[in-house]
Write a protein that binds this ligand. Structure first.
Ligand code: SER
Length: 362
């Protein structure tokens, strides 16, 4: 397996789906448009709900994107586990009433395992399906050739994707076995276990229902595909590193935070958690401000304020009492500008917003 940089992997994914006739679109803003159910965009599919529902005609029925996402539900876990982050990028290929399970499964496998693309060892990949989805199970077994014992059936909690209201459906995930050393050691440790051994990299959602927000499901007028693969997670697997924070572009930011704070990554668990929290929160904050969010006491602005305060608090734990986060902006821009060139144009503004906020709560 060849090791690829995060920026290379993003480009590879988008190029792969262009060869499958997908239209590549840039990331949508983190601010949802016409969607009161979400504070912040949390997945690749979220900005495209009207295409899934057939309310709006998409520019093409096959689209691929790399979407900026924020999820703060697990904020207390950030820095403590290998795979939680508030800000991440989600790679996705989408079908709006075009292809369905057969193609989506075959292409996810081809991208991950073909030596022409990512070239992961197929022996370390484990698909899962929704427990009642025999069709997906059979595709994995009969068309892809995965032995039955390696396909896990999981319940609604793991393999039925929905986020509040909107398009949803059963899903089929692909887990990567990172090795026993990452496991919990329990005899029943398997894909779906909470520990860090089996890392979910790809989620194929067979988006065919609409949830009205109260748990009532109706059929969408068309069958869709909504896939999501965390770019940072894919990079963890390809780079053979321990966590999201050890991925090339993210680690470069942590190094800068270490330099400014004088704390060394690897010195102690406590220091590492603080460095990771700062790294995660500053990445999220830069992207949010770039998309037009300002710190405030409500809604999205409050999420941003909270992230900046948590980052500053972890700075204090490392012994830094002066504003310092604003000095990290440059490296965040540097690591991301090939995909988001607007960051460089807005750098001075983003730096100012962060510095002012830090001064205000100092
Ligand atoms: N919507 C699904 C997810 O976020 C797949 O894109 O995992």
């Amino acid at each position: 397996m060849k090791s690829y940089g995060l920026n290379e992997l993003r480009e590879m994914f988008l190029r792969f789906f262009e060869t499958k006739e997908h239209l590549r679109l840039p990331s949508f803003s983190l601010i949802p448009q016409d969607d009161a159910s979400l504070l912040l965009i949390n997945s690749g599919m979220a900005p495209m709900k009207p295409y899934f529902k057939g309310d709006k005609e998409p520019p093409r029925h096959r689209i691929c994107t790399c979407q900026k996402c924020i999820r703060t539900g697990d904020i207390e876990n950030i820095g403590k586990t290998a795979r939680h982050g508030t800000y991440f990028e989600m790679l996705g290929n989408f079908s709006f009433g075009d292809y369905f399970k057969h193609e989506a499964i075959a292409w996810s496998w081809e991208f991950l395992t073909s030596p022409e693309w990512v070239g992961l060892d197929p022996e370390r990949l484990y698909p899962s399906v929704y427990e009642k989805d025999d069709e997906a199970f059979n595709i994995w077994r009969d068309e892809i050739g995965i032995p039955e014992r390696r396909i896990t059936r999981l319940g609604k909690e793991d393999n039925f994707w929905e986020h509040g209201s909107g398009p949803c459906g059963p899903c089929s995930e692909i887990y990567f076995d990172r090795g026993e050393e990452y496991g919990c050691g329990k005899p029943d440790c398997a894909p779906g276990c909470d520990c860090d051994r089996y890392m979910e990299v790809w989620n194929n959602v067979f988006s065919q229902f609409d949830n009205d927000g109260n748990g009532n499901y109706s059929d969408l007028i068309q069958k869709n595909i909504d896939t999501g693969m965390g770019l940072e997670r894919l990079a963890v697997v390809c780079q053979g590193v321990d966590s999201l924070f050890d991925v090339d572009t993210v680690m470069n930011i942590t190094h800068k935070v270490s330099e400014i704070t004088g704390a060394h990554y690897g010195d102690s668990h406590k220091t590492d958690v603080s460095l990771r929290v700062i790294t995660d929160h500053i990445r999220a904050s830069v992207m949010m401000i770039s998309d037009g969010i300002l710190p405030s006491n409500e809604g999205r602005g409050y999420v941003l304020r909270r992230l900046l305060r948590r980052a500053a608090r972890h700075g204090k734990l490392l012994g830094v009492n002066e504003p310092f986060l604003y000095q990290v902006v440059d490296i965040v821009v540097h690591e991301n500008e090939c995909q988001y060139p607007e960051l460089r144009e807005k750098q001075a503004y983003i730096t100012r917003v962060i510095r002012t906020e830090e001064e205000n709560f100092a």
